[in-house]
Design a protein around this ligand. Structure first.
Ligand SMILES: [Zn+2]
Length: 392
């Protein structure tokens, strides 16, 4: 059996009063995803355990079978896995965003989705300017900072505080001053950088400040193949998701042109997934675009991201998997809702739909939040998801 799990990051949403109380999924035209629900069965997945923040890290760990209560200390260590940084005793890995600050306000958590070549230059400059830890460049606005010291920090994700004052959202805790000073001092260094001068002249948001958050220590993960008795792989543009894959010793497949945004190489993700299934039995395809649209609060963009996911990933996979003659099990899930009216993640359960040739169908007819609640699987714990798939 070949298992295909497609995750639309942040795809689930809340009803929109000005759209007849429909959710984004209900407003989207997604015939391929709906077919999985109609010909298969549905349920709801609780991907964020009680007491945890609704982060993509927690939620995706959960879906891949690693209970966050045991395996999660922060997103930093997962991102360290993804770029091959070995953490040692006492290391704390932070996610380091390149953000846009303006007049003391956090203006943009992503610096206008700055390109990787641009942000790599900026991180290099920051790295040369401070010596209290180590910086490692990642993708777009997402980077890594490793600091050796005690972990008593409390940090704020910048996407949760867009429009708020920098000074109200700095790191709290013992020894936080040294890190806060570095964040604040980074502005002067980055503002003067040619990359930002050029971005400003082009009307783009400059990447003019670093922002540390998501810190944690390394937790060893049991390999996926031992845990589930099959070889697994991961396709994602996002370091964090790749990091979970590396941590779980899964095959991490890099797709050219995968950006983590609405311009990603959707077809490439589908094609690489099908190709990978010639060697492995489980593939997790993560698509970030709906989440980014949710954070922007942009309804049209979120609909487009979900419809692209439907046609250009799921539809293409369904065509190809059938022509390959694989015995397959395909499922669709979101990691958490990113409601466009809130522009941030929430921890509500998400709908999932599963199809396999032998699956016992239920009465659900399309992939929406409401139908998920009617599904025969009921409410399932995120980290039990793969075991559930194996029984279908
Ligand atoms: Zn997410």
């Amino acid at each position: 059996m070949k298992y295909i799990v497609v995750c639309g990051d942040g795809m689930a949403d809340y009803p929109l009063e000005d759209k007849g109380n429909k959710t984004v999924l209900e407003l989207s035209d997604i015939p391929n995803i709906d077919l999985i629900a109609k010909e298969g069965a549905m349920g709801e997945l609780k991907t964020v355990p009680n007491g945890f923040e609704a982060g993509s890290d927690v939620a995706n760990l959960s879906i891949l079978g690693y209970d966050p209560k045991k395996y999660y200390t922060g997103r930093g260590p997962l991102e360290a896995y993804s770029i091959g940084v070995e953490l040692v005793e006492g290391d704390i890995a932070f996610r380091c965003n390149i953000i846009t600050e303006e007049n003391g306000i956090i203006k943009d958590y992503s610096s206008g989705h700055i390109t990787t070549p641009e942000s790599t230059e900026l991180i290099k400059k920051v790295s040369e300017s401070f010596d209290i830890g180590k910086f490692y460049p990642g993708v777009s606005y997402r980077h890594l900072f490793v600091y050796n010291g005690d972990n008593s920090f409390s940090c704020t994700p910048p996407h949760d505080v867009v429009g708020q004052k920098v000074s109200d959202n700095l790191i709290k805790g013992k020894n936080a001053d040294i890190l806060n000073k570095m964040m604040l001092d980074s502005k002067k260094i980055l503002m003067a950088h040619p990359v930002n001068k050029k971005r400003i002249s082009e009307g783009k948001n400059p990447g003019n400040m670093i922002w540390l958050w998501g810190q944690g220590k390394k937790v060893p993960m049991e390999p996926f193949s031992q845990k589930f008795g099959m070889k697994g792989g991961v396709i994602s543009a996002v370091d964090l998701i790749k990091g979970i894959g590396y941590g779980a010793k899964m095959k991490v497949i890099n797709v050219p042109g995968a950006t983590g945004f609405i311009d990603t190489n959707y077809e490439g993700k589908a094609d690489y997934a099908i190709k990978a299934l010639e060697e492995i039995d489980f593939i997790y395809i993560h698509v970030e675009a709906p989440d980014e649209a949710g954070h922007s609060g942009n309804l049209e963009m979120k609909i487009k991201a979900i419809e692209d996911l439907d046609k250009r990933v799921v539809g293409r996979i369904l065509n190809k998997v059938q022509s390959k003659g694989f015995d397959y099990n395909i499922s669709i899930v979101a990691d958490h809702p990113t409601p466009i009216k809130l522009r941030t993640h929430v921890s509500d359960p998400v709908p999932f739909a599963v199809y396999s040739e032998k699956i016992k169908k239920d009465k659900t007819s399309c992939y929406t939040e409401k139908e998920g609640k009617k599904g025969r699987f009921g409410l399932v714990n995120g980290s039990d998801f793969i075991e559930l798939l194996k029984k279908q």
